[in-house]
Each structure stands twice: as C-alpha cells, then as structure tokens.
Design a protein around this ligand. Structure first.
Ligand SMILES: CC(C)(COP(=O)(O)OP(=O)(O)OC[C@H]1O[C@@H](n2cnc3c(N)ncnc32)[C@H](O)[C@@H]1OP(=O)(O)O)[C@@H](O)C(=O)NCCC(=O)NCCS
Length: 195
C-alpha cells in the first residue's frame, strides 16, 4: 500500500480538521448515512476532538493529500447523549474508548486502510489506559427507499475485527438527510470489544 498512515492529537490534529470535514461531507453522502453536511456545521462539531485530552485522529495520506480519516476519544470525554446508554447499562465510561467515524475516498478502498484505522485507534485506546473500545452504526429500516439493492453492510468486517453488536446500547443522533428540509433522528447501535 502506497498510502501513509499517521496518528495525530492536539495541534497536529487541529491542522487536519478541515480535511476531516471535507471527507465526512463527501463520504457520508452515500448510503447508509445520506448526510447532507456543511462546512459551517462541521467547524462547530469537530474541534472537540482537538480539545479532548484523549482526542485522536488517524489520517491516510497520498503524498500530502488526506484521502481518509478516522477519529476516537475517551467515552468519558464524549457528549452526554453518547454516554447515556452506557451509564444506563451500568458500564464504566472511564474504561471505554469511543471510535467516531472512518471515512475513506472510494478509490482508495480495499487496500487495508480500514483495518489500519481500527489498529491505530485500538493502539491509542491502550496508550491512554482504556480496556474496552466501542463505536456505533446507523440502523435504517430494511424497506428504506434509498437502500441500494447491492449494498453490503460492514457487519462482517466489524465482527472480523473482534467487535460484537450490542443491541441494548443505542443512542439517537440527528442530522439532515440529502434532500430533506430538516434534521431527523436516527438510532445508532453500538458495537464493543475488550482489548
Ligand atoms: C469503512 C471503510 C473506511 C473501510 O475502508 P477499506 O480501506 O476499504 O477497508 P479494508 O481494505 O481495510 O477492508 C475492510 C474489510 O472489507 C473487505 N473489503 C475490502 N474491499 C472490499 C470490496 N471491494 N468488496 C467487499 N469487501 C471488501 C476486506 O476484505 C476487509 O474485510 P475483512 O477484514 O473482514 O477481511 C470504507 O469502506 C469507507 O470509508 N466506507 C464509507 C464510510 C463508512 O461507512 N464508515 C464506517 C462507519 S463510520
């Protein structure tokens, strides 16, 4: 693989947030996210990764161009609506590292970058002293009109990485779907792994 993978935090992470925003807006337009993002909204949402003491950004570089990115931070530094199902289940947030998005431009897929994103974020979790990792994925209705007939869910990929789906852990996220006038709420179900 000719791409270079770097793990960033603090100021180094801050300098790449515009790249992350651009990738999120471009990659998350596709099913199942259908996210109609704007740079204005991204600029409000993303700096929290740079401010968190465990904030982590993994970038995939083709030369100096960021073509993929992946984020993580301690669940104890996440927002309340993300923490809520874990608190309700009696889990210790200070032991769980939360993975945000993985976004890679389509032409760079199938070369192992997605696997590296998991390895690097798990290494960051260990380095910060966390025992478990988690992430969540959107749940769309089976009969959703925008679901592509040839869509392959990432579930098998996630299972191969050692993650188990936790249908008992669900948060509600809101964003604007492409073509919609306003944001709507979506259930996001968590997956977990013990390191
Ligand atoms: C998720 C994503 C980053 C993975 O990127 P990637 O670099 O292509 O992934 P990898 O090359 O590491 O391969 C990951 C798995 O998919 C499989 N895979 C790769 N290319 C594939 C293809 N063309 N068809 C089917 N499976 C494929 C690999 O075999 C691997 O599975 P395994 O480890 O179980 O054997 C990328 O698909 C993406 O950006 N998707 C859109 C955004 C998204 O849904 N992100 C996840 C939620 S935030």
């Amino acid at each position: 693989m000719s791409l270079k993978i770097e793990r960033l935090s603090g100021d180094g992470l801050m300098t790449r947030l515009e790249d992350l925003a651009r990738l999120r807006i471009s990659v998350f337009r596709a099913w199942p996210y259908q996210y109609e993002g704007t740079l204005e909204h991204e600029r409000i949402y993303l700096p929290r990764y740079a401010k968190a003491k465990t904030g982590t950004l993994i970038v995939a570089l083709d030369g100096n161009r960021v073509v993929g990115a992946s984020t993580a931070l301690g669940l104890d530094e996440e927002e309340q609506f993300v923490q809520a199902p874990f608190i309700k289940a009696g889990l210790d947030m200070t032991r769980i590292f939360y993975f945000g998005e993985s976004v890679l431009l389509p032409e760079y897929r199938g070369q192992g970058v997605g696997v590296r994103f998991f390895e690097e974020r798990e290494a960051a979790a260990r380095a910060h002293g966390y025992a478990h990792t988690c992430f969540c994925g959107v749940v769309r209705p089976e009969d959703h009109p925008a679901r592509p007939s040839d869509y392959t869910p990432l579930d098998e990929f996630w299972k191969h990485r050692g993650y188990a789906k936790r249908p008992d852990l669900v948060s509600t996220f809101s964003w604007k779907d492409i073509g919609d006038a306003a944001e709507t709420q979506k259930p996001m179900v968590y997956w977990m792994k013990t390191l």
